[in-house]
Design a protein around this ligand. Structure first.
Ligand SMILES: Cc1cc2nc3c(=O)[nH]c(=O)nc-3n(C[C@H](O)[C@H](O)[C@H](O)COP(=O)(O)O)c2cc1C
Length: 380
């Protein structure tokens, strides 16, 4: 029996999830591109960032609230868009949406979500951003955008780092595919994880809820290579709300996206799931911040696991931070209670980190908080 109180770190949730989930589901969520070296190296660089501790600054209170497109967000981190979240547990999408509503933080709603996008924004009480993948089928793309607009989404996230789905050996070895297909090895995997299997059986296998399967379909392995600068220009004209471009790691691309009228860029390696030898996103964040200037909105995801990591990403130049896998693992470990526990520990760690840095608000955090960035800062 697992208890939420045992989730004290993201690794606790991951370990519990690895026991609960069938191997094919755990490997789908946890997996990375290639050998996973890029993902691991990004974690190593994040771990190596030293923050500058300051003293005698009266840090009796810490404020994590921040501005996000003119709206107050309760915490400096939100939920990254993830397809098929209900694989981690039945109802996972709605747990994430309820967390977004309670904490006033954005939940990314994937094109490939396992709950209809309309239900997600309603449950999140407006705190939902729709994530779009390019499709060659223009009418299908337009129909999704229209549904997003009609149901009240004001922020659209276009993910651009998946011209093709990355090669993820841990998925391939299980024959993982969407929609879900069962063969003998998947059956045995499920039998060996009865708790997940019975609850999934009771609620029905998760599907791609934004598509009815007959008039509209989502093909995960379809090429998205047709996305180009003309498409971005068209989308910018078409979508009147805020537009975020997710999956950017290059300074030249970032400047061109900014100049094309996007409202923000999300620096991300898709959690290391696309190209093993891609630039490390946490390093790219610092470079892109310098390239686009201090005032352009930059978001970050990939490898964030603790509240301290959130503060580090802000110090590296992020205005807002997102996490993916840990939220799903917290749900797999202990359902909605595990999710709340994990969110609260991120919050506590972030506040504690601010206090150690001599800061009262997350909005104060920037390059100045990196130890060694200023001559003599890290010296005895
Ligand atoms: C299981 C899973 C599914 C994902 N599905 C999507 C998706 O549908 N659209 C998208 O833009 N990103 C997707 N991502 C990437 C996340 O939005 C995010 O970039 C990544 O998870 C961040 O890294 P982290 O998991 O280390 O926090 C997915 C990630 C995972 C782990």
């Amino acid at each position: 029996m697992f208890h939420a109180r045992r989730i004290v770190t993201a690794e606790d949730a991951r370990r519990m999830a690895s026991k609960r989930l069938p191997n094919m589901v755990f490997d789908y969520i946890d997996g990375a591109a290639g050998h996973g070296l890029g993902e691991a190296e990004n974690r190593r660089v994040l771990n190596a960032i030293r923050l500058r501790t300051r003293v005698l600054r009266n840090v009796a209170t810490q404020d994590l609230a921040t501005d996000l497109f003119g709206r107050a967000a309760g915490l400096p981190f939100g939920i990254a868009p993830m397809g098929m979240c209900n694989l981690s547990a039945p109802g996972a999408d709605l747990m994430l949406a309820r967390l977004a509503a309670r904490r006033n933080i954005p939940v990314g709603v994937s094109t490939a979500s396992s709950t209809p996008l309309e239900k997600m924004i309603e449950t999140a009480e407006g705190n939902a951003w729709f994530q779009l993948y390019y499709t060659d089928d223009r009418a299908a793309g337009d129909a999704l955008l229209e549904r997003a607009r009609a149901s009240g989404y004001t922020v659209l996230v276009l993910t651009v780092d998946v011209p093709v789905v990355g090669r993820r050996p841990r998925e391939l070895k299980h024959g993982f595919q969407m929609p879900f297909r069962f063969g003998a090895s998947q059956f045995i995997d499920c039998v060996l994880h009865p708790r997940w299997s019975l609850s999934t059986l009771a609620h029905g296998a998760p599907g791609l809820a934004n598509f009815d399967g007959s008039t509209s379909r989502f093909d995960r392995s379809a090429s998205r290579a047709g996305a180009d600068w003309d498409y971005l220009e068209r989308l910018r004209d078409q979508w009147k709300g805020r537009l975020v471009i997710k999956g950017v790691l290059d300074c030249e691309d970032a400047c061109r996206i900014r100049d094309a009228g996007a409202d923000a860029i999300q620096v991300s390696s898709h959690g290391g799931r696309q190209l093993d030898s891609a630039p490390l996103p946490i390093a790219a964040l610092g470079d892109i911040r310098k390239a686009v200037g201090d005032d352009y909105p930059l978001f970050y995801d990939s490898g964030i696991r603790s509240g301290e990591d959130v503060v580090k990403a802000c110090a590296m130049g992020a205005d807002y931070v997102f996490l993916g896998r840990p939220f799903q693992f917290a749900i797999a470990a202990d359902g909605e209670r595990g999710l709340e526990t994990y969110c609260s520990l991120l919050e506590t760690e972030a506040k504690l980190t601010l206090a150690m840095l001599g800061a009262r608000s997350i909005c104060e955090i920037g390059a100045d908080n990196i130890a060694g960035a200023q001559p003599g800062a890290a010296c005895p």
